[in-house]
Design a protein around this ligand. Structure first.
Ligand code: PLP
Length: 364
């Protein structure tokens, strides 16, 4: 076992739900039975109680300052995962017209398919022909004049590619940032809507963060459920019904931790260092090969393989025996995937590279 974490914890490379900062888990444990002198756990609190409203308001303010969300944009704490947003976005923003979708992985493909129920989807690009191993250039995007919005997924969790630029489109940008939110600074003012399931880089599963330009709300189709209406949720401050209280509290603790680590700038440095190390090794390895092409590679989800499915499986078992777990790639992509989210310490990447080197030595 490679053990540099406390309490017999492993290095968890899961794509999601995924590793949380150990300091955050410790603090949640310390506050489990009695948070802020309330005599109860956050899990037991009314969402309308002053104690919880304080936690809620702080979480929102910390997210606003961490990501520098301008006042023009509202922050919503919703449920239903990123997947519910595949439908909520067209229901709220499409108005039966045409929206452009960049398909660079499975999640953007699913989002495009869902949107087809509510209007015309124009596929601005589709990288499935090359196994989604690259991100198209701006010039390769086919844009519809007057499109309702341009949709893309900033980081393709399954295939391990990440947009190295923010696309230009005359239409509002709508972006799925589920697996790279808070990993780098973002100019939020350039986006109409940003959303992210929390369970990759922010908090436990059950919370979806939506950041929306206020002027885009209030255009939902008449059949849109209240719970999926951005306008309603803005007016109700995400409390039309019970919000995911525990997850919001955990997000607040994660944001405190993030601030201590130098905020999103600190996270960006760290992610470049972590992924840079791993890709450098992959590019010189005689056994392992990166899936994504240089220039399109994700810092968050590093996908790689040996080219032999049995050898991949043997490596995954070998790594697990060393305390490096959840390295199996998504079933539609195969191979291996090391998810290097904010909470993955550099030691985890070093331990992984050491383990890969050792395996390589015995298998080439
Ligand atoms: C995990 C993920 C999703 C799906 O999230 P759910 O919360 O399970 O619906 C969508 N998009 C991206 C980029 C993801 O990583």
């Amino acid at each position: 076992m490679v053990k540099t974490m406390t309490e017999d914890r492993v290095f968890n490379f899961s794509a999601g739900p995924s590793v949380l900062p150990e300091a955050v888990l410790q603090r949640a444990r310390a506050e489990m039975m009695n948070v802020r002198g309330s005599g109860m756990s956050v899990m037991e609190m009314s969402h309308r109680s002053p104690a919880f409203i304080e936690i809620f308001t702080e979480a929102k303010e910390k997210l606003r300052s961490s990501l520098r969300v301008p006042e023009s944009h509202e922050i919503l704490f919703l449920q239903g995962g990123a997947t519910l947003q595949f439908a909520a976005i067209p229901m709220n923003l499409m108005e039966e017209k045409t929206a452009d979708y960049a398909v660079t992985g499975n999640f953007s493909a699913k989002a495009a398919k869902e949107a087809e129920k509510y209007g015309t989807v124009h596929i601005a690009c589709d990288t499935s022909g090359s196994g989604h191993n690259r991100i198209p250039t701006q010039d390769e995007l086919s844009l519809t004049p007057g499109a309702q919005y341009f949709y893309y997924c900033a980081n393709n969790t399954v295939y391990g590619t990440e947009w190295p630029y923010v696309p230009e489109s005359g239409a509002p940008l709508v972006c799925d940032m589920s697996s790279d939110i808070l990993s780098r600074p973002v100019d939020v003012s350039r986006f109409g809507l940003i959303y992210a399931g929390a369970q990759k880089n922010m908090a436990p599963a059950g919370l979806t963060v939506v950041i929306i330009d206020r002027t885009l709300a209030g255009r939902e189709r008449p059949f849109t459920p209240q719970i999926m209406s951005y306008e309603t949720m803005i007016r109700q401050d995400s409390m039309l019904n019970t919000p995911p209280c525990w997850c919001i509290y955990m997000l607040s603790l994660v944001l405190d931790w993030l601030q201590e680590q130098g905020g999103v700038e600190g996270m960006e440095q760290l992610k470049k260092a972590r992924a840079g190390r791993l890709y450098a090794y992959l590019d010189e390895s005689r056994l392992f090969h990166a899936h994504a092409l240089p220039g399109s590679r994700s810092d968050m989800n590093v996908t790689f393989r040996t080219g032999d499915a049995d050898l991949d499986a043997a490596f995954i078992r070998f790594a697990a025996s060393r305390g490096l777990v959840n390295l199996k790639g998504h079933k539609i992509a195969g191979g291996m995937r090391a998810s290097l989210y904010n909470a993955m310490p550099m030691e985890g990447v070093e331990a992984l590279i050491e383990t890969m080197k050792e395996f390589e030595k015995n298998h080439v």
